[in-house]
Design a protein around this ligand. Sequence first.
Ligand SMILES: [Zn+2]
Length: 63
Amino acid sequence: MPKEIAIKTKEGTYYKCTHCGDEFFWNTHKKFTYCKCKKIWVDGCEDYIRIGGKEEDRKVIKK
Ligand SMILES: [Zn+2]
């Protein structure tokens, strides 16, 4: 199932704010989550991931 593949590739993926250092797991369960300084936000679930902020404001981290 494509859904399972999507989950597998996203496993261990975090988004980090380059300003305040806040880290989010990609899956926020559809909860709109801002970092401490509000430069970036993440809204993710198993069907989609939305990330706000400029590209230079965030980093993708694999754990
Ligand atoms: Zn921040």
